[in-house]
Design a protein around this ligand. Structure first.
Ligand SMILES: [Zn+2]
Length: 388
């Protein structure tokens, strides 16, 4: 099967983030096994989803993990001019379909090169690491990266995450954390605003505290010009509370996110917010003893990626992609999670992130070819006695 046929097959599985992925998983598993390679699954608790990984080549330290996700984002409400789950060639050099670019194009390149990898005389191994639920917060990758570390007696060195980057090496990614904060105040007639504790008023103060925290980080010079914007951002995107203009709200809540540059620490910012909340609770319980603020996780934190420009993985990607301009991104990806597990990690894959998540998502044929060349050169590298 050539890369386009494989891509068409992968696109035909409409597996969204959050859904069971067994259909696409089993197809990929069967395909890999038909080439004589053993596949390991990392299932969720219910067995309704699983990541997969496998090794091609010798059980030797220093191999390369090729990582991608099998899920895609929804198409509902988007204005598609072709069938989203049918890979469509409109004769303009582009292949249209949901996931064609993000990131089944990369998976197709991996799978299409598998027969060659199996035949090659690899001195260092290649691993495939394909996850699920990436699009709803990179949920499966930490477990997958850990499984790879524990499954094999040898230790892989590199992880290349094939998110669309036009085959450019991406070495930085902000950390991301999404939280929900619930404020419990006391209800009453609006005229009693000084005797009760309005959950809305308190929620607004907390929101302003968060904004102030962001501004303080900027004022302290905590910036990293590799990123846009160059500072950590803190943002509230949803607020709910109250029932009427003349009723003091006893409940209010808001959802917020933190996107941190590598020099800032997600946990310590959240800890500072929580300690501010505990202080507010202490003060306001003098007016209303039941006053409470609770902050819970909406999504587990996705760690940042901060791979140094002279890291071995950067050298490797530069060599096989021919691209030497390093970049950073502001979207969440699994690269930081693989880095946290100790692998030298960077993002590099075919297609442009600009086409991701949109109606009429596409990948250019030329990008797929570049992805295939990348795989070819990787095999050559890994077959060389000098590869380290
Ligand atoms: Zn993606």
């Amino acid at each position: 099967m050539n890369v386009e046929k494989i891509l068409a097959k992968l696109v035909s599985f409409p597996v969204l983030g959050g859904e069971s992925n067994l259909t696409i998983l089993n197809w990929i598993k069967d395909y890999i096994e038909s080439h004589g390679v053993t596949v390991h699954l990392v299932p969720n608790e219910e067995g309704s989803k699983a990541s997969l990984h496998c090794r091609i080549g010798p059980a030797t330290d220093g191999g390369v993990i090729l990582s991608g996700h099998m899920d895609v984002v929804p198409v509902a409400g988007q204005d598609w001019t072709s069938e989203p789950f049918v890979l469509t060639d409109k004769g303009d050099g582009k292949l249209y379909g949901r996931g064609s670019c993000d990131m089944k194009g990369f998976l197709a390149c991996c799978l299409a090169t598998l027969p060659q990898m199996v035949k090659a005389n690899l001195k260092k191994p290649v691993y495939f690491a394909f996850s699920y639920d990436e699009e709803i917060g990179c949920l499966a990758a930490p477990e997958l990266a850990r499984a790879i570390r524990t499954q094999y007696s040898e230790t892989p060195k590199y992880a290349i995450i094939g998110e669309p980057s036009l085959m450019q090496p991406i070495v930085g990614q902000k950390g991301i954390y999404i939280l929900e904060t619930y404020v419990n105040g006391s209800a009453g007639h609006s005229s009693r605003i000084k005797q009760e504790v309005s959950a809305i008023h308190e929620a607004m103060r907390l929101i302003l505290w968060l904004e102030g925290k962001m501004d303080q980080l900027i004022a302290d010079g905590r910036t990293d010009e590799r990123f846009h914007p160059p500072h950590s951002s803190i943002h509230v995107g949803l607020v709910r509370g109250g029932i009427a203009p003349n009723v003091i709200a006893d409940k209010a809540y808001f959802y917020w996110d933190l996107r941190t540059i590598p020099m800032d620490d997600i946990e310590s910012i959240v800890e500072e917010f929580k300690s501010h909340c505990r202080q507010r609770e202490k003060e306001l319980r003098k007016i209303f003893p039941g006053f409470a603020i609770k902050t819970i996780e909406n999504h587990p934190p996705v760690p940042h990626l901060d791979t140094k420009a002279d890291d071995d993985v950067v050298e490797l990607i530069k060599k096989i992609s021919g691209n030497s301009k390093l970049d950073t991104v502001s979207f969440a990806a699994e690269a930081g999670q693989f880095a946290k597990e100790g692998f030298h990690s960077a993002i590099c894959g075919p297609g442009s992130i600009e086409q991701a998540h949109r109606a009429d998502e596409f990948i250019e044929r030329e990008q797929l070819e570049k992805g295939m060349e990348f795989m070819d050169k990787l095999i050559t590298e890994l077959s060389s006695d000098n590869f380290e």
